[in-house]
Design a protein around this ligand. Structure first.
Ligand SMILES: [Mn+2]
Length: 337
């Protein structure tokens, strides 16, 4: 039986389903979760869904009131992990409860590259890292195949469109080989009534004066070494600004536009260390780069966490030097299959 058929059968057989998504939920995780959940609900399923932390207020234009941030480890026919390649991406639920997840009937639907150390070896995994968004996979696995019964509506289409637009940086980060598929899937969502304007206005054109003032701060600190462009902010600065860290990530969108930059790095101080975000433009495999520091992600967007000594400026300088020694090993021709 083809894998997609196995998944369809499992989803249709299960009556109670727990859906999970990863920490620091983004538009694609949220979109793929709701895009799938709302369809399954129409089939009469009982669905619960869980996220380790509350999503950014950026997403408050959507009705996501059914989200829960605590998990009961109860009995569910099926567990589904979306937009994540390892249950450690939801550490809060997984840690100290590995046994629960090792035994539960599980499906993983994801578009990240597999982790070097896999978990949940019993899970049915549908992974396609050539898709720019997990929302594309949800659409392709459901509506695109299910011609006989269209479960789509404007709300679901909006969620799926949101994931396609947010993981592609509003259609800026897609690689050439991904473009046709992405555009076709996005066009389909719009034809189904996706509210493109609401997504654009809320995710991309929704900056406050304080957001931009914080960008001023990050950009003032921006440095360039060869083709690396980097900056940082501290925990205290973020707390003082009253911004959510998603707002601060906007700096990456700005820095990526530096024409001669091929690697963009933003360091964010957190309680667990310095959270690093990488963005690339095709020259470096940022996913491989992040893997050197225990992280992961995609070819052009990835992340990792490095230890903090308390002196962030110094930590970042040491880190950039380390990066420079690794870069020659992750330089890859742009063409991918
Ligand atoms: Mn994603």
């Amino acid at each position: 039986m083809p894998l997609s058929q196995t998944i369809k059968t499992k989803l249709e057989t299960a009556q109670t389903i727990a859906l999970f998504w990863h920490e620091n939920i983004d538009g694609d995780a949220l979109g793929s979760m709701y895009g799938l959940w709302l369809q399954l609900e129409k089939l009469g399923k009982k669905i619960w869904y869980f996220t380790p932390d509350q999503p950014s207020p950026l997403f408050s234009f959507l009705d996501i009131s059914t989200l829960q941030t605590t998990f009961d480890y109860g009995k569910y026919d099926l567990i589904v992990l979306l937009d994540m390649n390892h249950p450690l991406r939801m550490k809060k639920f997984y840690k100290d409860h590995e046994e629960y997840f090792d035994q539960a009937e599980t499906i993983i639907i994801d578009h990240h590259l597999p982790e070097p150390i896999p978990a949940l070896s019993h899970a049915t995994i549908f992974a396609d890292h050539t898709a720019i968004a997990a929302c594309e996979l949800v659409y392709e696995l459901t509506t695109a195949r299910r011609k006989e019964k269209n479960l789509m509506d404007e709300r679901i289409a909006t969620f799926l469109y949101m994931g396609m637009t947010s993981d592609s940086g509003n259609f800026r980060h897609d690689e050439a080989y991904q473009t046709t598929r992405l555009m076709e899937n996005a066009l389909w969502a719009i034809k189904q009534g996706a509210n493109k304007q609401a997504v654009i206005n809320n995710l991309f054109r929704n900056k406050s004066y304080e957001d931009l003032a914080f960008m001023q701060h990050i950009l003032a600190r921006m440095q360039k070494q060869e083709d690396i462009c980097y900056s940082r902010y501290t925990k205290a600065e973020l707390a003082d600004s009253w911004l959510h860290r998603d707002s601060a990530d906007y700096a990456l969108y700005l820095m990526v536009d530096v024409r001669t930059a091929q690697l963009i790095i933003l360091g964010k101080e957190t309680d667990e260390g310095i959270r690093i975000s990488f963005r690339g433009k095709g020259k470096y495999n940022t996913r491989e780069l992040a893997a050197h520091f225990g992280g992961g992600g995609h070819f052009n967007a990835s992340g990792c966490t490095i230890p903090s000594s308390g002196n962030m400026q110094q930590d970042m300088e040491v880190f950039i030097k380390q990066i420079q020694t690794i870069l020659p090993t992750v330089t890859t021709p742009i063409a991918q299959s």
